[in-house]
Design a protein around this ligand. Structure first.
Ligand code: WAQ
Ligand code: MG
Length: 243
């Protein structure tokens, strides 16, 4: 029995004459034919009234994926660490990254990149030892796509639901050593460190409220085959089940 699924994606941006495009919001979902309409509505809602600003441009893409075999994964386990300051949160995140084998140098580069990026649309891929950037996507980064929850009514806040699905997909690749993330939304200061062994560790506050800096870094192993890694992240469908 093979059901037809659709990849439904959104991106919203502001058009600014001086700096070019400003990324406002993005989203990626998977649904069956009857789910397309509610998912398009949810993505449209997400793109509207966004804390990063009013979008001048919203693009929604609906694409049939019938030829692809969907892989099912259980979600990473969630833990939460609330500390009193950004310094303590960064040091907590660094301890976790060190424990899974990310070098100090790669960590320094990652924190610098996320602190200074205010307009990153996707993720940056860094070598987990040297900290060298391996993707050539520039400001766009690599956008992970084609992942969702099997049960549309999973009992998690929208933001956690999306981030946990993404982190679970990323952690499932044998090339991923760890992920570091915090939001570029000025009103959201919680981020996470994740991988297959430590799970999804939410850490707050990783930045000051009001800041539009943020993004994602995927730390990868020496053995990475970059082309197949990026193909997996962008194209291979994953559904998360259970929780
Ligand atoms: N693929 C790659 N990178 C992405 C994607 C994606 N599909 N979506 C977002 N990013 C990158 C991009 O650089 C964004 O600027 C950045 O991540 C932040 O995205 O447990 O809300 O959607 O409380 O603003 C994590 C904690 C929240 C949730 C992360 O990120 C929790 C969040 P945002
Ligand atoms: Mg955002």
């Amino acid at each position: 029995m093979s059901k037809t699924f659709y990849s439904i994606r959104m991106r919203a941006a502001q058009r600014n004459m001086e700096v070019g495009e400003k990324h406002v919001s993005g989203g990626e979902r998977i649904g069956s034919k009857v789910q397309i309409e509610p998912i398009v509505n949810q993505l449209l809602h997400k793109a509207s009234n966004h804390s990063r600003g009013d979008a001048d441009f919203i693009q929604i893409t609906v694409e049939k994926m019938s030829r692809h075999q969907i892989q099912y994964l259980p979600p990473l386990e969630i833990t939460t660490v609330d500390v009193g300051s950004i310094e303590k949160a960064h040091s907590e995140a660094r301890d976790l990254l060190t424990s899974v084998g990310v070098s100090q140098q790669a960590q320094n580069i990652a924190f610098h990149l996320l602190n200074s990026s205010q307009n990153l649309r996707g993720a940056i891929i860094l070598h987990s030892k040297t900290g060298l950037r391996l993707d050539d996507r520039g400001i766009k980064g690599v956008r992970v796509s084609r992942m969702d929850w099997q049960d549309a009514n999973v009992n998690l806040h929208e933001r956690v639901r999306e981030a946990l699905a993404l982190a679970t997909k990323v952690a499932n690749s044998p090339f991923t050593i760890a992920e570091l993330c915090w939001s570029d939304d000025p009103d959201y200061v919680t981020g996470y460190v994740s991988n297959r062994d430590i799970g999804y560790v939410r850490i707050s506050p990783l930045k000051r409220a009001g800041s539009e800096s943020g993004g994602r870094v995927f730390f990868v192993s020496d053995e990475v085959d970059l082309q197949s890694y990026i193909h997996y992240l962008e194209r291979e469908p994953i559904l998360i089940r259970g929780h």
